[in-house]
Design a protein. Structure first.
Ligand code: F0G
Length: 398
């Protein structure tokens, strides 16, 4: 195992503790000896283990098993949605319900690895900037590990459920007058100046090693077949890359064959990567004042943008943006046709899919998985606002 810069391909020792390439400033990635894994690992080894992120332990760069900090994350349902599929025009549609993770979002898959890494490094304090879910998850895992936790949040812009979580898990919450992008600059500076504080935003390549498991798990739950398209909401743009990497590694080790087309969705008020993909660019223009009802992905300058662009291009995928109205409509459709409650950022995948089907970029016979990243109850205020008045007008007889 080693760390490798995705830009200049310089390799570094896996035990190095920096977040970006010290040679060129590029993003880092953990690479595994996939040839060795191919020889060693068999599908039947995986079949005998219970569902969990740690089912895929062979692909996770943790050195000391005794340090693993876990809340039994992963193993979330992959739900076939025929009623929604019919409405949208897809014959075989699945929702990967990440709201079923311990703190209600996919972030737990990354934090189990990231916080374990913090213990391996012997740090006592962890920190992140967040639109809400990362802070909720980090606070929980830090509590379980006995670490101090600092979270920097954009004041007044974080959904209530997420804020409640960070507070009750005992994190030190710092609210700034600024957006997520500014909070991230601040926490990066803090962690650079104070070597004793470990940064656990998705810039940290170890966190993404846990998030790869969404890809492994989808293939596993489809009996080792891969779908045609996997639709993912993009904020800071790490998760789409991590999921792609999961499929890539399964393909390279012969566990499955092929890689699905990765489809990234952003809210139209915060869509720098969608613009770059549509214009065929390698780089992207940050959005200065991102705005959307989907607060989780209200991000204008995604640090992992270069990884997202690679995941989409390498898999032959695409990207689409959706309006707040389309997001709300999709959130209600998923809730009312399938009984699946997700937060607005997650509903953007359904909205994006709907648009792509109408544009004939996704076909009726494509097998599609939408990754719904966070639980409805993360943002109850939004849900009440958009649900509208209750329709039942009957009377209860005495
Ligand atoms: N969906 C939800 C529910 C999220 O909370 C996030 C990111 C994303 C999608 C996007 O994932 O950043 O990997 O592209 N939330 C971060 C946070 C930024 O601070 O909780 P990404």
């Amino acid at each position: 195992m080693w760390l490798e810069c995705i830009e200049c391909h310089h390799k570094f020792d896996i035990a190095s503790r920096f977040y970006t390439c010290p040679k060129c400033g590029g993003l880092l990635e953990v690479e595994l000896d996939l040839g060795a894994l191919r020889k060693k690992l068999r599908k039947r080894d995986l079949n005998s283990r219970p569902p969990s992120v740690w089912k895929y332990r062979d692909f996770i760069p943790v050195m000391d098993d005794s340090k693993i900090v876990s809340l039994n994350e992963g193993g979330t349902p992959l739900i076939r949605c025929d009623r929604l599929g019919k409405e949208i025009g897809i014959r075989e549609l699945y929702v990967k319900f990440e709201g079923a993770n311990p703190t209600g979002s996919f972030k737990d898959r990354g934090m189990t690895v990231g916080v374990t890494k913090a213990l391996e490094l012997g740090v006592k304090t962890v920190a992140c900037a967040s639109t809400g879910n990362t802070s909720a998850s980090l606070a929980a895992y830090a509590a379980r590990a006995g670490l101090r936790c600092i979270v920097i949040l954009p004041k007044g812009k974080v959904a209530l459920g997420k804020l409640a979580q960070a507070l009750i898990y005992g994190a030190k919450v710092v609210a700034i007058n600024g957006n997520f992008d500014e909070a991230l600059i601040m926490v990066r500076k803090l962690c650079e100046q104070r070597g004793d504080i470990y940064l656990l935003n998705s810039l940290n390549p170890f966190r993404l090693q846990g998030q790869k498991s969404i890809g492994y798990e989808i293939a596993d739950q489809l009996s080792w077949k891969i779908p045609d398209k996997v639709v993912v909401p993009m904020g800071n743009c790490a998760n789409i890359w991590a999921i792609y990497k999961g499929f890539f590694e399964f393909d390279a080790t012969g566990i499955t064959k092929g890689i699905p087309q990765m489809v990234g969705v952003q809210a139209s008020g915060a869509s720098p990567i969608v613009e770059a993909i549509k214009q065929g660019l390698e780089t992207f223009e940050p959005v200065e004042k991102p705005e959307t009802i989907a607060t989780a992905i209200r991000i204008g300058n995604p640090v992992n943008g270069p990884k997202a662009i690679r995941a989409i291009r390498s898999s032959g995928g695409t990207a689409e943006s959706v309006s707040d109205r389309e997001i709300i409509k999709a959130q209600k459709l998923l809730a009312q046709l399938e009984g699946i409650g997700v937060e607005p950022a997650s509903a953007s995948t359904i909205a994006g899919l709907r648009k792509l089907v109408r544009q004939r970029e996704v076909k009726r016979d494509d097998v599609v998985v939408c990754v719904t990243t966070g639980h409805l109850l993360k943002d109850p205020e939004e849900a009440i606002k958009v649900a509208g008045p209750s329709k039942w007008a009957g009377r209860v007889k005495s």
